[in-house]
Ligand binder design. Structure first.
Ligand code: COA
Length: 166
């Protein structure tokens, strides 16, 4: 696995000892969780896997700046098809977001996924997340499907499934 290189950050896999610091980042942005309809814990994101998949195919990275956790990226290889990578989560701290940081993270992901033979990035974004939707639309992500609210699946907002060829 080649390293994920994002300008301005040191990236490394998330470990147990990061959870408290990442929870604190989440706490600094109640609006994001309001938009999503609930505050999910880091552990839920960390252990989320599509049916039949293994942790060998899931990569959860911490983005550090000045030795401090400032973001998270979670991505699954080969879901649902072998050449598709599913971006389960991207979150930047209030300190580092804006000014194109999120866009730079996506560009780094395109290169990293491509280097491993992936040809598509796919993701879900909740309908009210206007900022993220603007970012994905201007990055060339295309609408694939709409998922309706489903509390049993912990989906509290309508969710757009988007994909972008790399
Ligand atoms: C989504 C996220 C990763 C984007 O990163 P970012 O550093 O904030 O975004 P960028 O600075 O790269 O900006 C991307 C675009 O969003 C736009 N934008 C910023 N704030 C906005 C707002 N309040 N409403 C609409 N668009 C906004 C920027 O203007 C920019 O577009 P432009 O280049 O056309 O001007 C980051 O905001 C974040 O972590 N948000 C909370 C978690 C989240 O929503 N994750 C995505 C879930 S699918």
């Amino acid at each position: 696995m080649s390293p994920l290189t994002i300008p301005g950050f040191h990236t490394r896999p998330l470990v147990d000892g990061d959870v408290a610091a990442v929870e604190a980042l989440f706490d600094e942005d109640p609006e994001y969780f309001e938009i999503n309809g609930r505050r999910f814990p880091v552990e839920e994101m960390r252990t989320a896997l599509p049916p039949g998949r293994s942790f060998d195919e899931k990569f959860t990275y911490v983005l550090e700046r000045d030795g401090r956790a400032e973001g998270l990226i979670d991505i699954i290889r080969g879901f649902p098809e072998p050449h598709v990578w599913y971006l389960g989560f991207i979150f930047l701290s209030m300190r580092v977001r804006g000014g194109g940081t999120g866009r730079r993270c996506l560009h780094a992901l395109y290169d990293w996924v491509r280097a491993q033979g992936g040809t598509v990035i796919r993701l879900g974004v909740v309908e009210p997340n206007a900022k993220a939707r603007h970012l994905y639309a201007t990055e060339g992500f295309e609408f694939e499907a709409m998922r309706e609210i489903d509390p049993e699946a912990k989906r509290m907002r309508r969710t757009l499934v988007l994909r972008r060829a790399l």
